[in-house]
Structures are given as structure tokens and as C-alpha cells.
Write a protein that binds this ligand. Sequence first.
Ligand code: SIN
Length: 283
Amino acid sequence: MTYDAIEVVPLTGALGAEVRGVDLSQSLSNRVKSQIHQAFLDHLMIFFRDQTLEPERHVEIARQFGKPAIYPFLKGLDSAPEINVLLKTEADTVNFGGVWHSDTAYKDCPDMGTLLYAHEVPLAGGDTLFANMYMAYEALSDGMKAMIDGLVAANNSDKSYIGGRAAGLRKLEGMKGDMKDRIDTLEAEHPVVRTHPETGRRSLYVNAAHTLRFKDMTQEESKPLIDYLCAHAVQPEFTCRLRWQPGTLAVWDNRCTQHFAVNDYSGHRRLMHRVTIEGDRPH
Ligand code: SIN
């Protein structure tokens, strides 16, 4: 695709691109909006540097991609409930999202995209890794593709949380005040290989944080293949790494990527605002 209204600079051979020449605080022409959307489909994760985004504008930008979602486990900002504040303080030892995952895979209709905006970041550390799940699927052998093509898996919100998700979130000093009073475990069944509704491409849809077992199989029976697929999907050739700066906005496509927030900045503070976009039922 040729972009003539924006500049798009790829980050790695696998995925990710910086979009330049756009001030997201200003109103955008339809041509710019449609090229940004195309860059999102082409590169799976796009990012913009040096942006100034008030919460209301962050939500407005999110609306260009779809309907902003309400996250089931945390309260949003009073002024903009679609925005979740992801804060890791100097005292926190755990972080939010520090395991490979695709956002809200445990919902019947998982969020299709995420817009994460950096307010405060450590001098070094706190990067986010992303993996291209189209590439992960396409690199499998024909035999493995044939075996997994019809499989369905259960995705659970508590899989990676020892003691449950609520206990995990309560460990975060800066976020426990934002927890919703009643926290349920959510679980949804989705195809292991999904077809992207906009690009028509097939991608692997399993992740270490949420994919618990295959339908009609036990967790023990499912584990070896789930572990294999999860490890296969995040080999370096399929990934990129985003180094944040204050004012960076990243937008990623949860239908064909997964991500991992690196927890390597102990003693430092990181403050992000996150909006996710409602998606449809994977097929
Ligand atoms: C997330 O998992 O959605 C947050 C990622 C991050 O904070 O880098």
C-alpha cells in the first residue's frame, strides 16, 4: 500500500510501524483516517510519537477504530469510563499484562483492538513486546495446520493468576482502588485458528495467559499442544518490541497479535491509559 497522507516506517520484518506526520490532537481528514486504518491492518501494531492526548480525545481516536469497550475488571476514569489507568508504582513488584496474551480473549466477543497511551515511563525498561499471529499460523507445517484447523479452545480470565485475577490485581498498589466490587471469572470458547474479518487472513488464536484447554479435552491432555503453540508463536522472528516515551500512543489489533508487558523496571513508575475496542465473535 502507498501512503501519501501519512508516513509509515516499519519497525521490524514481522510487525509494527511508526506513523509520522499526524497530530492526533487535531481533527483528521478522512484520507488520513483511512490511511491510518490501512496501516493498522498492514502492520498490526502502529504507534505515534510525541502526542498530547487528553482522555476525551483518546476515546475519540479510539472511536475511529470501533466502539470503545468497558473493561470488566477495573473501573475506568470518572470522566471517561472507557479509559483504564495502568499504573505500576515504585513499590509494585508485579505488573499488568506481564504474560503473553491477546486482550480479553475470555470474552465471547473479545476486544478487537487496543489503544495504549504512555504518560510516564521509566528511563529504561517497561517496553511491550508484540507477536504476529498470522506469521505464527503460516509457519506451521501442513500436518499441524490440518490438526488444529477445526479445534476450539476455552479461554479463561484467571488462568495465569495464582489465587485468581482479583488477587493478581490487588497486588498492584496503584490499581487496586480501581477494581470493580464484584469480579467474575470469564471464560469463552474460540477457534484455535481464526479468520480476520477485514483482511480474510488466518491466524493462530491461543495465548499463554488465557488459553486453558481444548473443547472436549482435559487441561492435562491439552497442555502439551497449547504450550507448543504458545512457544512457537513468540519466537523472535515473529515479534517486535516497542520502547515507550511519554506521549507515545500504540494501537494494536488483538485479532492477529498478542503482546507482553516487560516487567524490568523495579523501583520506577510507569503510568499508561488504555482503551480497548469491542470486537465480534471470532470464527
Ligand atoms: C496490556 O496488556 O494491555 C498492557 C500492556 C502494557 O502495559 O504494556
